[in-house]
Design a binder for this molecule. Structure first.
Ligand SMILES: *[C@@H]1O[C@H](CO)[C@@H](O)[C@H](O)[C@H]1NC(C)=O
Ligand SMILES: *[C@@H]1O[C@H](CO)[C@@H](O)[C@H](O)[C@H]1NC(C)=O
Ligand SMILES: *[C@@H]1O[C@H](CO)[C@@H](O)[C@H](O)[C@H]1NC(C)=O
Length: 444
């Protein structure tokens, strides 16, 4: 018996050290096969003019209509040559590649009054910002499979400023458009593209599976409201790697619906890997929530390099959310300058309406955070669970969060049960359960 357990322990150590942890070459980008498209068309064949002034909506719609209806074997590549292609929002179709050449820019028009409206997501019950419908995303995909957006680092530009100003002056009628949304879609690849100045969230896969996003650059000013980088929402098998994100809100935020609507829709986010992300934001680097009502599980984030952050790692939910956040593994995070290193909170975010159930408490359990190194971090961490639903299995190991000389503060905890190993500054007593050493070392 003794021998068996020793060998199992030894084996699991080996397995861990030879698999993803610490391996900077690991990749999940192979989950969606890259298909070669023999059929190629150019936006200029459909009347596209890249002069920065001509509105190219008809060209995009005609080219994509052609792809959708001719259904060429192996799909079709739509080539965007260098130039600035102004357009209204448009829908993609299945089996297509949108290929942006070096120097190609697809730029959104700024006619907010004319922007198409679509239904709210069932898991949100209303627009995220305002009741009712929501503006369609600039580039939209609904019910698609096998779609690639790639090229030689061309740019998709949302010209979000007018939308941010409407938010600032409270003149928005509906929820702002995302830059790109895929809904109910699968086999999606987004790579080697620059996204800039999204009106709202940048890349929003919702009710999707098998989504790969890698080598993207996402840029928006630090003061632009709600310009989240990538928000996988009620989606599974998502791989996000090798990207630079600097925006005005969370860099990557995993979500799964909002209060009673998200609970009723019941669609979790699971099996999501986030790896080798670099960036900066006044909000969070790696975020989970705060919309977590469909449940969020089996998430790995590793090799994350952050500078000038609000919060390094932020897990956030609220009463009324229901659902769960479980089996989350975050490791190898480097933070240079942040207000908070790690924050796990049960009191974040607003409610869609007054009909949320205050007894629907989220379950937060099994959060493992390992190898975090921070310099100039003002507050090491705060872990505040819910009275009626304490956060359990919170395991912190090998964490060093150094404050600047005058602002050094330690951990704040409440309603949390967990363990810690080699954490500096010394963690709160709630994270010093006896036997914690073994629990931490055997689960990582
Ligand atoms: C989870 O995602 C990984 C890639 O990140 C994939 O290889 C694996 O098959 C997925 N697991 C399941 C159960 O689908
Ligand atoms: C684009 O897709 C949306 C959502 O599926 C739909 O409501 C809209 O009519 C489509 N627009 C066009 C121009 O096809
Ligand atoms: C595009 O940008 C990414 C990220 O900066 C970079 O890794 C990649 O080499 C670039 N690709 C091309 C084709 O220039």
């Amino acid at each position: 018996m003794w021998r068996l357990s020793v060998s199992i322990f030894f084996f699991s150590c080996l397995a861990v050290s030879s698999s993803s942890y610490g391996d900077s070459e690991a990749t999940c980008s192979g989950i969606v096969p890259l298909r070669y498209r023999y059929d190629k068309i150019s936006i200029t064949d459909y009347g596209g003019v890249g002069d920065g002034r001509t509105v190219n909506t008809k060209a995009f719609r005609a080219a994509i209509y052609r792809i959708q209806h001719l259904k060429r074997r192996g799909g079709t590549l739509l080539y965007i040559p260098p130039g600035v292609y102004l357009t209204e929002s448009f829908n993609l179709t299945s089996h297509m590649t949108l290929y942006l050449a070096k120097g190609a820019v697809i730029r959104a028009v700024q006619d907010t009054w004319n922007w198409p409206l679509i239904d709210p997501l069932p898991s949100y019950g209303r627009g995220r910002e305002l009741p009712g419908g929501r503006y369609m995303s600039f580039i939209h995909g609904d019910g698609l499979r096998d779609v690639v957006i790639t090229g030689q680092n061309g740019t998709i530009d949302g010209q979000g400023e007018v939308w941010w100003n409407m938010w600032r002056s409270r003149t928005l009628k509906y929820t702002r458009p995302n830059l790109i949304e895929f809904k109910d879609s699968k086999e999606i690849i987004i790579s080697n593209v620059i996204f800039q100045n999204s009106p709202f969230w940048n890349i929003h896969p919702v009710y999707c599976s098998n989504v790969v996003i890698h080598h993207v650059t996402i840029l928006a000013p630090q003061d632009s409201p709600n310009t989240d980088g990538i928000d996988p929402d009620s989606s599974y098998n998502v791989c996000i790697e090798d990207s630079y994100i600097s925006t005005g809100d969370d860099l990557v935020a995993i979500k799964s619906g909002w209060d009673e609507y998200g609970i009723a829709y019941g669609r979790p986010s699971s099996n999501i890997t986030i790896r080798r992300i670099t960036g900066s934001s006044p909000f969070a680097g790696i975020a989970i929530g705060s919309e977590t009502s469909g449940g969020i599980k089996n998430i790995v984030a590793e090799h994350i390099t952050l500078s000038n952050m609000g919060v390094g790692v932020n897990i956030k939910t609220n009463i009324g959310r229901g659902g769960y956040i479980k089996n989350i593994k975050i490791s190898d995070v480097y933070i240079d300058t942040a207000k908070y290193g790690i924050k796990i909170a049960g009191d974040t975010g607003d409610h869609p309406d007054e009909n949320y159930n205050p007894n629907a408490l989220p379950i937060v359990k099994g959060i493992h955070i390992k190898n975090v190194w921070g310099v100039n971090v003002r507050n090491a961490g705060s872990i505040q669970g819910l009275k009626g639903s304490p956060f359990t299995g919170i395991c912190l190991s090998e964490i060093n969060l150094h404050g600047s000389l005058n602002s050094y503060k330690t951990w704040k905890c409440s309603d949390v049960i967990g363990t810690s190993l080699k954490v500096s500054p010394w963690p709160c007593s709630e994270l010093r359960t006896t036997g914690g050493y073994n629990l931490c070392s055997s689960t990582f």
